[in-house]
Design a protein around this ligand. Structure first.
Ligand SMILES: *Cc1c(COP(=O)(O)O)cnc(C)c1O
Length: 483
């Protein structure tokens, strides 16, 4: 493809992109298709001869688009958002065009320096103190792995890197709540610490980690000869959006000289609102902190901001310098390859720069504030309804609830009703919801955060949920009557 046809095709694609954004609500949020159907429709072998771009684009339109889950649909209330925005998409086009590897300053000087500045901007936006520096990574999972590896090396004075875990006498232990994200246990496994040495601490009635139980667990582990190295506190758990008491946890970590990593993957974006800063109370005492602008800050996946207080501890843990990478530009600027797991790195700072400048911090605040207002309004409506109940506090933009019909239904019947409700709503295609289990109840998660979601979308969704729930109950009442 030469420059002339590239230009022509690119213009057509941009038109397609703008149309997609404009008419996204015509798509079903989640496709209704049989697993394997898309693969089946694809040729078994790659083409020997060149194919026209037209043919490729046609296949994209007929085979791919209708069979995607549309995360940018304002009726997407599942999981957490992975929201995007026009300036972010435009920046991704430029990033792809530059096609640069951002592993060291030398390989990408402007990208590296923009990344340093964007990390500073983000820190100031979310109120993180100046003691933190950072890096943009692909995911919170990677950042948490880096935190646990750094904690491991700090606790063993780089011995585990040098000699391997087998050389160490005692087992290390890591702590999170029973509600913490699965990426933490995964990191514990990858770091060679082992799932058996990952302690899941009990939570309170709001699903937040109990600091007193954490301290008791650390004490008893020390008495039993274990070496506690890291606690992961969550600001905004995935299941219910719970907020762990970071200040109290930090106090425990300080007493036992344990690394404190804060996982705010989703809720970190809401810290740009001064009225939400309470949720990060005590964060200045953490050793590391991660949040994902790719979740709720209008920046395309992937973009995860990892902040550390002691950058040297991180680069000592992950830095490795073969001859072919030596450049010697001094220590003025970082070589970000030493701040994460992979050597190669995408240019992720550009989209963040475009997003922040396009909306301004004020514009970003307005959008997130609006999402939270929608969620709180929905929570109120649920609280006022006779046959729905909320199952967790709504601190931010996640509402956890279930349908609880009037009449005689046991717990397993209520579970089944809610499960059927979610599956019928998703099949219908106007909205997409997912679930969790809280206190052993099947729980509907309603997460507000897609860039263009407004109260009308939430209120339409609520009407659809009510209508479908009542329809289901009428059906099951009918079935009961007919024996
Ligand atoms: C989404 C999420 C993660 C994982 O984020 P990735 O960037 O996909 O690795 C971790 N922790 C919490 C609390 C999350 O919500």
């Amino acid at each position: 493809m030469g420059p002339k046809s590239f230009r022509a095709e690119a213009h057509k694609l941009v038109d397609w992109m703008a149309d997609y954004m404009e008419h996204i609500e015509d798509q079903t949020v989640m496709p209704d298709l049989q697993p394997g159907a898309v693969k089946e429709a694809l040729p078994e072998l790659p083409p020997e001869k060149a194919e026209s771009f037209d043919a490729q684009f046609q296949d994209f339109e007929t085979l791919i688009v209708p069979n995607m889950t549309h995360w940018q649909h304002p009726g997407f209330f599942a999981y957490f958002p992975a929201n995007a925005s026009p300036p972010s998409v435009l920046a991704e086009m430029l990033t792809a065009t530059l096609g640069a590897q951002c592993m060291s300053w030398n390989t990408s000087p402007a990208a590296t320096e923009l990344e340093v500045r964007m990390i500073e901007w983000l820190a100031s936006m979310i109120g993180l103190p100046g003691a933190f520096t950072g890096v943009i990574q692909d995911s919170a999972s990677s950042a948490t792995l880096c935190a646990i590896l750094t904690a491991r090396e700090r606790a063993t004075r780089l011995e585990s890197n040098r000699k391997g875990l087998a050389s160490l006498g005692s087992s290390m232990t890591v702590y999170g709540s029973t509600e913490c994200h699965s990426s933490i246990e995964k990191a514990v496994r990858i770091a060679g610490i082992g799932s058996d040495n990952f302690r899941k601490i009990a939570v309170d009635e709001d699903f937040a980690l109990r600091a007193a139980d954490l301290e008791a667990a650390i004490k008893s582990d020390i008495a039993a000869g274990f070496r506690p190295i890291c606690v992961v506190a969550a600001i905004g758990t995935t299941s219910s959006g719970a907020i762990d008491p970071v200040r109290e946890i930090a106090e425990v970590c300080r007493r036992y000289d344990v690394w404190l990593h804060v996982d705010a993957a989703w809720a970190g974006s809401a810290l740009i609102l001064p009225e939400n800063r309470w949720s990060a109370d005590g964060v200045e005492a953490a050793d590391s902190f991660v949040f994902n602008p790719h979740k709720w800050l209008f920046t395309n996946f992937d973009c995860s901001a990892y902040f550390v207080k002691d950058a040297e501890a991180l680069t000592q843990t992950l830095g490795i310098l073969p001859e072919y990478l030596k450049a010697g530009q001094g220590s003025e600027v970082p070589d970000y390859r030493d701040w994460g797991i992979p050597l190669g790195r995408r240019f992720r700072a550009l989209k963040l720069w475009f997003v922040i400048r396009t909306y301004g911090v004020e514009g970003l605040r307005e959008r997130i504030r609006d999402h939270i207002a929608c969620a709180k309004q929905l929570a109120t409506v649920i609280d006022e309804s006779k046959d729905f109940e909320r199952l967790a506090p709504c601190h931010l933009a996640l509402v956890c609830f279930r349908y609880r019909p009037l009449g005689n239904y046991n717990e397993s019947e209520i579970d089944l009703l809610n499960q059927t409700l979610v599956s019928k709503l998703n099949k219908d295609g106007r909205i997409f919801l997912t679930h969790t289990r809280l206190n052993d109840h099947y729980t509907i998660r309603f997460s507000v955060g897609q860039t263009n979601t407004k109260w009308t979308h939430v209120s339409d969704a609520w009407d659809a949920i009510k209508a479908k729930a009542h329809e289901l109950v009428e059906l099951s009442e009918g079935a009961r009557r007919n024996g």
